[in-house]
Design a protein around this ligand. Structure first.
Ligand code: HEM
Length: 271
């Protein structure tokens, strides 16, 4: 059926042809057979619940990661400068960072990993229940026990992260093979095993594309940080006079100047 040509897909007005050729009838029959192979009746409520799962699982997680990344970068102007420089050099004269560009940004990717290490958006993952008795790290876990996995604590475990685990330091990922995709147990912001987030790649693309474009097109700073303090941290970005307070949490200011002007201010960063 997948390969059949349905007129109704392309020319709805000619949909009657599918009825005449019997395609519509075969499609209905197929659906009815598939429905019977489910152990329960699939209703609209099930579909709504699944869609809700996707919306809830997919929106806040990515948004929280972008907000935390921005927070860490603004609090670490040196890291912000490095990430901006890398992104702006990679896109050259283009206006927009795309998925191909992101693949050439090792420092930027390290920023995202470091943010997810320190602030996994689902800190205790999704609660699980053991189906049978097992032993883990010397502990006996009876069947039907609720199991919570503390991804937040694992990401800061001094045994796994020997070098200042509480510090935001994207450099720790440069030259390291540790990734967020479930192969490394010390970094599991998307969970692991059979219930790992089914949308890792989409989640990462959401975060990377929005973050890269935000830091590429604008210069950002925390409201009230003085020029001296910023230059004391090694960042020489000049303050923008066209700043506008916006409704971001925690008193951030966003520089609303657009790219050309930002590029110009980028000269101060040696970009
Ligand atoms: C930065 C982005 C994201 C992060 C950090 C994230 C993280 C997670 C985590 C930790 C889990 C539970 C895994 C476990 O308990 O082992 C999960 C499950 C899930 N995620 Fe994501 N997620 C992200 C993006 C998305 C997106 C974009 C979607 C959908 C469009 C999505 C859909 C889901 C669904 C449906 C589940 C439940 C899977 C199941 O029940 O087996 N997630 N996610």
């Amino acid at each position: 059926m997948f390969t059949s040509f349905f007129f109704s897909d392309h020319f709805p007005v000619l949909g009657f042809i599918d009825k005449v050729t019997g395609l519509t009838g075969r499609l209905d029959k197929n659906f009815k057979e598939k429905d019977q192979s489910f152990k329960f009746q699939l209703t609209l409520d099930h579909i709504k619940a699944l869609l809700m799962n996707i919306f809830v699982g997919g929106s806040d997680t990515s948004a929280a990661t972008v907000i935390w990344s921005m927070t860490y970068l603004m609090k670490n102007p040196v890291a912000m400068g490095k990430a901006q420089k890398e992104v702006r050099l990679a896109i050259g004269n283009k206006d927009f960072v795309n998925e191909q560009d992101i693949q050439q940004l090792p420092y930027f990717k390290a920023v995202v990993k470091e943010t997810m290490r320190l602030q996994p958006p689902v800190p205790l993952l999704v609660p699980k229940e053991s189906t049978q008795k097992c032993s883990l790290g010397g502990y006996e876990i009876p069947a039907k026990t609720a199991v919570h996995i503390n991804a937040w604590a694992i990401g800061r475990d001094p045994e796994a992260w020997r070098e200042n685990p509480e510090e935001f330091k994207p450099e720790r990922f440069i030259g390291s093979s540790i990734d967020v995709k479930g192969a490394d147990f010390e970094l599991i912001p998307f969970g692991d095993g059979r219930r790992i987030c089914p949308a890792i790649h989409m989640g990462l693309a959401n975060v990377e594309l929005s973050l890269a474009n935000l830091i590429c097109a604008f210069d950002w700073e925390i409201a009230g940080w003085s020029e001296e303090r910023r230059s004391g941290h090694g960042c020489t970005a000049r303050s923008c006079d066209a700043q506008e307070e916006c409704s971001m949490p925690s008193g951030y200011k966003v520089c609303t100047k657009m790219k050309e002007i930002v590029r110009h201010s980028g000269e101060h960063l040696g970009i």
